[in-house]
Design a binder for this molecule. Sequence first.
Ligand code: DQA
Length: 144
Amino acid sequence: MKRIMVINGPNLNMLGEREPQTYGSQTLGEINRAISEKAARLGLSVDFFQSNSEGDIIDKIQSCKGEYDAIILNAGAFTHYSYAIRDAISATGIPVIEVHMSNVYSREDFRHKSVISAVCKGVVCGFGPDSYLMALSYLGEQEV
Ligand code: DQA
């Protein structure tokens, strides 16, 4: 069974109460439940991790080596400036799908640049909670 780790970065623990006009009303727990249900249907095993700390996210990415087949990563604002997370992705070599709930290209200029996209397998953004589910569908259907 393919093993997937879903990692959420800073402030994503506040989904549901955080800027609902941008991020919707679902909590991270509710989104993760939907991911678990879809994973079960697709025959994937899925685990979840959230941290507001860059170092903890790097530790988690490193610890996925040999344990997980792919990572779905919403790095939050770290997406836009964390060379350290980018290096962790390339160091471990695990396929990572970068995910964003919002369409970062329709927002502030600083969100238009991702320093991690170049080392990710692909990017899904702008579909709210479905961004995670679309990434999961890909992993369910394709060899990574
Ligand atoms: C986000 C977009 C980022 O720019 C922002 O800092 C987030 C969430 C998204 O899911 O749309 O925290 O990654």
